[in-house]
Design a protein around this ligand. Structure first.
Ligand code: CMC
Length: 425
């Protein structure tokens, strides 16, 4: 039986249909609400608002479940490659051998970056943040690769993005250090290639270590999609105006930069460093996070959807321990992080507010161990999230009911009054 909700307003009753998802999630379909009652809904931060139907990612924040196209993220992190996971997200199914080979060939074919782009990178002010550079350079891709009209051209553009943004991120790092660029190599895997482009130099050839490649693979898979978060919703919203793919993805990168979103991985390391070196220790950080008069928050803690331990954080913590052990590295920030987590999880405030570590709490320590500079952490998140953004953009574009996103508002400003000339004010 089709479920409905009955709304009574000013003596009139209307029936609103209930939409049920494949995992039993339910939503009230309010698309007729305004036409029938004159009412709109008000939901700042979209806390209770579903913006689309989507078959890409399922998450359950109460049970700590995350699945891409139905496959638990734990299984993908254990067995899949980042390339295969990207294919899964974008195309909706795991590739067979031929499809994966074809995808690899396309990624290799499109991995070079137009040499004219180098001049842009060289002319950014030295202090520019890599996320600002990435967002504008991805937008600039439209000028270099304008063919976006046919389905085939769009398919190429999606692969091109995955291949080129990885090269662009490494290129940006090399140029910021004044080093020679290292070109992508077709004999290396997707993750190996990135590490080699970042760290190989004519003086010290980069030694590709299995554990490091594995940590990067896991990091990218864990970040590959997370349904309708701030950056993904930006990609969908900006995309709905029918801008080109590059512009839509560029808006996602800009949104991800924020410290409440992807920028949290950089903020966590800065917070842990401050705790370690700045005095006061982790207990003071906990007290500050609880103090409502203090804007400080425990970075890497809390999540809009997860009200239990973030399943990605569990895997990230394990990856972090394994990586540091296999590289025989000791990072003092890991001790600070573990003490901070232990203290927070037994504190009544954090228990009452369901605040647990999120994916960003341990990811910064993994990235440090890999050798990634702190100001590039969020770029690493963006590289991982690219397949998700692309898949979400493609899903919205292919929806026969693709509508321009246009929320409404409740106006609470001045009511009408007459213009007063300046001499009379
Ligand atoms: N430290 C201290 N208190 C917190 C924290 C925190 N990290 N996060 C939430 N709270 C409190 C908040 O003060 C509020 O308390 P009260 O109800 O007493 O006023 C309550 O918990 C609910 O917080 P909220 O801000 O209404 O929750 P939200 O769903 O709007 O925000 C969040 C989610 C992730 C922005 C927030 O938890 C936060 O700011 N965390 C720190 C930043 C962070 O780690 N971001 C990365 C998120 S995971 C990566 C990604 O996918 O983006």
């Amino acid at each position: 039986m089709n479920k409905t909700v009955t709304l009574t307003y000013e003596g009139k009753q209307i029936e609103l249909p209930v939409v049920t998802g494949s995992e039993g999630e339910e939503a009230i379909d309010i698309s007729r609400l305004r036409a029938e009652t004159g009412l709109i809904t008000l939901d700042p931060g979209y806390v209770n608002t579903g913006s689309c139907l989507s078959a890409i990612t399922f998450m359950n924040g109460e049970k700590g479940i995350l699945r891409y196209r139905g496959i638990p993220v734990e299984q993908l992190a254990e067995h899949s490659s980042f390339k295969e996971t990207a294919y899964l997200l974008i195309n909706g199914h795991l590739p067979n051998r031929d499809e994966l080979t074809q995808f690899s060939v396309m990624l290799n074919d499109h991995s070079l970056v137009h040499t004219d782009m180098k001049a842009f990178y060289q002319n950014y002010p030295r202090a520019s943040h890599p996320m600002g550079i990435l967002s504008s350079m991805v937008n600039a891709l439209r000028s270099f690769y304008p063919a976006l009209d046919t389905e085939e051209q769009i398919d190429i553009a999606m692969t091109r993005l995955l291949a080129k943004v990885r090269t662009m991120a490494a290129m940006s790092y090399k140029i910021s250090r004044g080093h020679e660029l290292v070109l992508p190599r077709p004999d290396l895997t997707f993750c190996e290639n990135f590490l080699n482009m970042m760290f190989d130099t004519p003086v010290t050839p980069y030694e590709i270590k299995r554990e490091v490649v594995n940590a990067l693979r896991v990091f990218w898979i864990l970040h590959a999609d997370h349904e309708q978060n701030c950056s993904t919703s930006s990609v969908r919203m900006v995309g709905s105006a029918r801008v080109n793919l590059y512009a839509a993805i560029s808006s996602g990168i800009a949104a991800l930069w924020g410290p409440l979103h992807g920028g949290a991985n950089q903020a966590v390391i800065e917070m842990l460093t401050e705790i370690q070196t700045g005095g006061g220790g982790y207990k003071k950080a906990i007290e500050r996070a609880k103090d409502k008069k203090d804007p400080f928050r425990l970075m890497g803690f809390g999540h809009r959807v997860y009200k239990t331990y973030d399943p990605r954080a569990k895997i990230m913590k394990k990856t972090c321990d394994e990586l540091l052990e296999s590289l025989r590295l000791e990072d003092p920030l890991l001790d600070v992080a573990k003490k901070l987590e232990e203290t927070a999880l037994s504190d009544q405030y954090f228990i009452d507010h369901n605040l647990y570590p999120n994916v960003d709490f341990y990811s910064g320590i993994v990235l440090r161990a890999i050798g990634i500079p702190t100001n590039m952490f969020t770029v690493m998140f963006a590289l991982g999230r690219l397949p998700g953004w692309i898949a979400q953009w493609k899903e919205s574009k292919d929806d026969p009911n693709w509508k321009i996103a246009r929320p409404r508002q409740i106006y609470n400003g001045e009511t009408e009054y007459a213009y007063v000339p300046i001499h009379a004010r």
